[in-house]
Design a protein around this ligand. Structure first.
Ligand SMILES: [Zn+2]
Length: 167
């Protein structure tokens, strides 16, 4: 298969982009080596909290831009996001259930990049992405959080993330 995302390369700057959003193509081992080096320097807890906020913000902004680019509305944006993540090689994201009004979502991830060499729950970089996307869809009426409740790296068939209101 060829990539399913429409990749453009700027003739002058060499910048890659998809739907007008700049992208960087990197070897996965480079990305994971950086990730694991920061995890061991900061400790998993601290790093996970920082990533949650950064991931939340990035997902929210991405959804805002993509909704505009493709004229998507409501929960379509969430499904489009899960589809694009799958097409960009993070893993295969499958929405089991999603309810933007109640701020609930349950998503399976198969072949997560983090589960490849992980031990224990390894995919915490994804945690902020679901609340960021779902809060965009829900118009920020609820403050959401998300937890990886099972991980492929623990021996499960796939990872599962649950998103819900913080209170
Ligand atoms: Zn996982």
């Amino acid at each position: 298969m060829k990539p399913e995302v429409p990749i453009e390369v700027d003739a002058v700057s060499g910048e890659w982009s998809v739907d007008g959003i700049p992208m960087i193509l990197v070897p996965r081992h480079f990305f994971l080596n950086n990730h694991l080096a920061i995890e061991s320097a900061l400790g998993l807890q601290k790093y996970s909290e920082i990533l949650f906020e950064a991931g939340y913000k990035s997902a929210y902004v991405w959804c805002e831009k993509e909704a505009k680019t493709h004229g998507l509305k409501g929960v379509e944006v969430f499904h489009h996001y899960m589809n694009r993540l799958s097409q960009r090689g993070w893993g295969q994201f499958r929405v089991e259930s999603v309810d933007p009004q109640r701020g609930h979502a349950r998503v399976q991830v198969r072949h997560s990049v983090f589960a490849v060499q992980g031990k224990g729950k390894s995919c915490y970089m994804f945690r902020g992405w679901f609340p960021g996307a779902l809060e965009f869809v829900g118009g920020k009426k609820l403050k959401l959080t998300s937890t990886e409740i099972q991980c492929e790296a623990e021996g499960h068939e796939h990872c599962v993330f649950e998103t819900r209101p913080t209170r």
